[in-house]
Write a protein that binds this ligand. Structure first.
Ligand SMILES: [Zn+2]
Length: 239
């Protein structure tokens, strides 16, 4: 099996999901309450899915606080909380409301001892400080393209980053892959997000693995062994 640490499975057709999970164990993140419900249903219906519930920082101005309460009611069924976080790059105008939502998700992560699947463009430092201050145990910084000098700090706290399949065209992801130690690296697609004309999909983690293995100077098999181990520690599954 191979591993995708961050995909929006709720946006794919069932027929595609069935294909994916034959060879990929996928962390399915959610964007709001309806997609959280859908992700939980998918994980009950199909194997090989780690369901995350949450409200994406891009949605905090589109939903009411009651939606947070709805998520709280289903969080015990989840294996992870996400996609949640802070974003100063794409939606800086809602930053204060993002903080309000993120605070709730961080406390749920602690109460239920669940990993956080975090989105933090241009808010990497804010987010890291936040989870540290709150003493959160398990954190993934998804599609990490933040400052290189934060990587070691993230690792020292025992947190992880995921490198996106966009590494085939995104130079910053290559730089991050070079810099980050293997024992903090996961891979992800963020499918079906569209990045510079490419629709990302879970099977693309395979190519990402070859690129990262080449950068690291190890075999693809060894790379997957490392990633599988990191995945199992973060999401508490047997590999
Ligand atoms: Zn995402």
């Amino acid at each position: 099996m191979i591993y995708d640490a961050h995909a929006h499975l709720h946006e794919f057709l069932d027929s595609r999901i069935k294909e994916f999970i034959k060879e990929i164990i996928i962390v399915g993140v959610s964007d709001d309450y309806p997609s959280s419900r859908r992700t939980l249903e998918l994980s009950n219906e199909y194997g090989n899915i780690v369901p995350c519930v949450g409200i994406h920082p891009w949605n905090v101005d589109k939903v009411g606080l009651d939606e947070l309460r709805q998520i709280e009611r289903v969080v015990s069924e989840a294996g992870c909380i996400g996609e949640v976080g802070l974003d100063r790059r794409f939606v800086p105008q809602t930053f204060n409301r993002q903080l309000e939502f993120f605070r709730v998700f961080v406390s749920l992560a602690k109460d239920y001892d669940l990993p956080l699947n975090i989105h933090a463009p241009d808010a990497w430092r804010d987010t890291l400080d936040f989870v540290r201050r709150e003493d959160v145990n398990k954190v993934l910084f998804h599609w990490y393209t933040g400052p290189l000098n934060l990587i070691q700090e993230i690792k020292d706290y025992g947190y992880y980053i995921s490198i996106n399949a966009a590494i085939r065209i995104q130079e910053k992801s290559r730089v991050v892959a070079r810099e980050a130690p293997l024992d903090m690296i996961l891979l992800e697609s963020d499918g079906p997000y569209e990045y510079r004309g490419i629709t990302l999909e879970p099977p693309m983690v395979r190519e990402a693995a070859s690129i990262v293995a080449e950068i690291k100077g190890i075999s693809v098999e060894d790379l997957w062994d490392k990633v599988a181990y990191n995945f199992s520690k973060l999401f508490r599954i047997k590999v």
